[in-house]
Structures are given as C-alpha cells and as structure tokens.
Design a protein around this ligand. Structure first.
Ligand code: GLN
Length: 308
C-alpha cells in the first residue's frame, strides 16, 4: 500500500483529464427550470485534507446548486443538536426507489426509509426547525463556518423555482404530517427545505465543509460536532443511501460514503484521510452526476483510497 504522501494536486488534474470525455454527458435536472439552464460542460473536483488544506482541478471554485448534498449537513446538525431520538422518525435502510418517491410511506406509517431521500430529509429539516427555530439559516451558518467562506448563500431564483414546481415535495410533507411525523406547519417546513436545497457553494467549499466526516466528528476549529460513533453512523448511511437507487452501484464503483444532489454535486469521504467534492451538471437516470461518479471511481482506483 502507498505510504508516500500523495501529490493531490497532480492526482486531481489527472482524474479531470481522464473523465473529460464524459463531461457534458447525461442531462442537467429538468424538473427545476432554474437548474435546467446551467452549462453542462463544467466539471470541478476538490480534495480537503484533515488539516483543511484544499486542492482542486477544473471548475472547483465555481459555485453550483448544492441541492440534496445539503441533506448530509442537515442530518449532522439535527443529530448534534437533538441526538438519537431522530431515528424514531426516520429509518436507515436504502429505499431502492427514486429520491422523490412516495410509495413506501403508506406501508411504513409515514416513517421514511432514510434521511437522504426527500421524505427523510423533510423529517430531518422539520426536526432541525423545531430544535433551532431557523433550520435553513442554521445550516447556512454552519457551511460558512466550516468552509471559511462567508460568501456562501441561498439562491433566491432556485428556491422560488423549487417552490413553483414543488407539488411532489409538498405531497410528501403533507402525507407524513397526516401520520403525525411532521411537527411544524407544512408550508413553513417546505420554505426551509427549498432554501436549504438552493444553497450555492463550490467544490472547494463543499470539501472543506464535509471535513468533520473525515475527522471522525471534529469541526474545522477542532471542537467536536459529533461523537466518533455518530460520524461513523452518518458515513455508513451515506454509503448505503446517499445516492438513492444507485447506492449499490456507487459503493461498487467508488467504495466511499457519498452524498449526491441534482445540481450535479457529490461529496465523498475517506474517513481519517480527506473529503472529496465533485461537480458536473449532467445527471444519469438516478439523478447522480455522470462525470462526478466517474471521477470518484477514477480517484479511488488510482489511489486505492476506498474504505474497502
Ligand atoms: N430540491 C430537490 C428536490 O427536493 C433536491 C433533490 C435532489 O438533489 N436529489 O426535489
């Protein structure tokens, strides 16, 4: 096994060159018009080590819509603030269904399969809202602090676009509320959820913000956000559920915990070593970035840095 330190900058350049032919394949998310207009020819990749040094290639400093990647940060904050009782309201099993699916909820009494499908993320944001009184701002502050970038913000156009085309998320939230699994008024919850999804950040921001997952729960300033065990649990749920109905394929190809979003971003973790972020807007049928998954696949293949 490699013991020399890797030359991360050179490695990322190589990965970017290797996946260049794939950039532009797939389709940007079409159901949110503000995302459909993004230039699909972009690709970025960043790596943050445990000390907060960050390396990158391509469009790694260009902000993009984080979308469902934010779900992992919301989960971390909800667990940090409110503890384990969250798991009475949301499960930890892969769903095998698309991210916005409703079908399992009726059979499972309004308890979503996991915190990374939309239903589960709505429960997590609901919990964070109850705990903090302002879930989306709390999340934004956290991302700014961990990345060291006070310029990270919401994208009002994306949030409005999601609202306008948010019938499915509204249906999911109301359905769970009918089972008593949502505490806040649904319209307020949806507001926070859409603002959360609209957060814009770059690969550099994302790799740094996800550092606590590689540092076994320690924040950028060295304080503890999560216990070692909680950090392990989140990484495990990312591995099994972070890329929806493609989680098996992602584990097979990449071998790392990862969380994707329909903006084309993915955050992935090498526990005890580094956090990776990739972005390219073209998505596959499951809503994961085509070039992004390929880049992570290439990275773990070249370095042997997977959890297996
Ligand atoms: N905002 C999107 C939605 O709720 C997020 C989905 C995603 O990134 N997979 O539909």
């Amino acid at each position: 096994m490699e013991t020399r330190p890797f030359d991360y900058a050179a490695l990322l350049e190589r990965v970017a060159a290797d996946v260049a032919p794939l950039v532009g394949s797939g389709t940007p998310a079409e159901y949110i018009p503000a995302l459909a207009s993004v230039d699909p020819g972009q690709f970025g990749m960043a790596l943050a080590d445990l000390d907060g040094n960050v390396y990158g290639a391509g469009d790694w400093r260009v902000p993009f819509s984080a979308q469902s990647v934010t779900k992992v940060f919301a989960l971390a904050l909800a667990l940090a603030e409110g503890g384990d009782s969250l798991w009475e309201r949301v499960g930890r099993e892969p769903s095998g269904n698309p991210f916005n699916s409703l079908v399992q909820l009726e059979y499972e009494n309004g308890i979503p399969r996991n915190p990374f499908i939309n239903a589960g993320a709505l429960v997590v944001t609901d919990r964070l809202q109850t705990l903090t009184g302002d879930a989306s701002s709390e999340l934004l502050d956290f991302l700014r602090q961990e990345s060291g970038n006070p310029g990270i913000g919401f994208d009002a156009e994306v949030a409005a676009s999601e609202h306008e085309h948010g019938d499915r998320n509204a249906a999911v939230a109301h359905f769970m509320a009918s089972y008593g699994n949502i505490d806040n008024p649904v319209p307020a919850l949806l507001d926070h959820y859409f603002w959360q999804c609209s957060i814009e950040m770059s690969c550099a921001d994302l790799a740094l913000a996800g550092g606590f997952l590689a540092r076994h729960g320690l924040r950028a300033d060295g304080s503890r956000l999560l216990t070692r065990s909680e950090a392990k649990q989140i990484n495990a749920v990312m591995l099994t559920c972070g890329t929806y109905d493609a989680a098996g394929e992602f584990a097979y190809r990449v071998g790392l915990p990862g969380k994707s979003g329909v903006g084309g971003g993915i955050v992935a973790v090498v526990p005890g070593r580094c956090t990776l972020a990739v972005w390219s807007p073209g998505l596959d049928a499951q809503g994961n970035s085509v070039a992004g998954v390929a880049a992570l696949d290439r990275f773990t293949t070249l370095t042997g840095l997977s959890i297996f």
